[in-house]
Design a protein. Structure first.
Length: 111
């Protein structure tokens, strides 16, 4: 899946990187976890570096803001903050709303 870019109401520019995409019988299955980063200026190199980060280990990237997980789509979400920087509660709600809209629109996540 491709990364998504957005500017939050607070002015924070972010990149949302879907963590996985799987295919079953040739059909894409949407991911349940999304890593969130402050948007940097060196996008192509930046995205490929961030895509290789392991989810099970602490993320050392200074732009890492945390991860949103859809535990029960449209009902239960969790946010795990980054080590140094994190989103406030309004920003988390805004990101969850954005991701919910993206998850509903198949054109965003089909390859």
């Amino acid at each position: 899946m491709k990364p998504f870019f957005s500017t939050l109401k607070s002015g924070l520019k972010i990149m949302i990187l879907p963590d996985t995409i799987a295919h079953i019988n040739g059909h894409p299955i949407i991911t349940a976890t999304y890593s969130i980063y402050r948007q940097s200026t060196e996008l192509s190199e930046d995205v490929s570096r961030k895509e290789t980060t392991e989810l099970l280990e602490p993320n050392p990237d200074p732009d890492y803001l945390g991860m949103v997980r859809f535990d029960v789509p449209e009902r239960v979400f969790s946010y795990e903050s980054g080590r140094e920087f994190f989103l406030d509660s309004d920003e988390v709600r805004e990101v969850i709303q954005l991701l919910s809209e993206i998850r509903k629109d198949r054109s965003f996540w089909q390859e």
